[in-house]
Design a protein. Sequence first.
Length: 154
Amino acid sequence: MFNVDIQMAPNKRLAALAHRGDYAEGGVAYQKVATIISTGGHWPQTLGMAGVYYDDPNVTPTKDLRSHAGVLWNGKKVPEGLEEVILDGGRYAVLHFKGSYAGFGDAYRYLYGPWLSSSQESLRDAPSYEHYLNDPTDTAPAELLTDIYMPLSE
């Protein structure tokens, strides 16, 4: 159903804002991050927007879901108002998603369900994350590209 491959990813550093609650309402945090990055002229120090998701919405109450909205940071000091988040490198199953962000639920269900159960792989205790490969402000929803990273055991 979706294109998935296994990659070795390096450690990644984010400049981010924490969000607690419904993942679908995290857009406000992304807007705040974009404003901080834009007003500070920091876009050249970024490698795109990213989101980190720590909890399974199927088992965690919505009010307790934890995430970070941010940018992959390539600069020195993280801009004021944002916090540094380090994502450990290692093996990841990467689902290459094309389409509206509203379709992420189906992508995650596939990745953590049929794909994982048929892959002979096992999960590593680390959060999943998304790397947004184009800009939703100037890209049609059907053309949005996102890589979803699921951590795998070594």
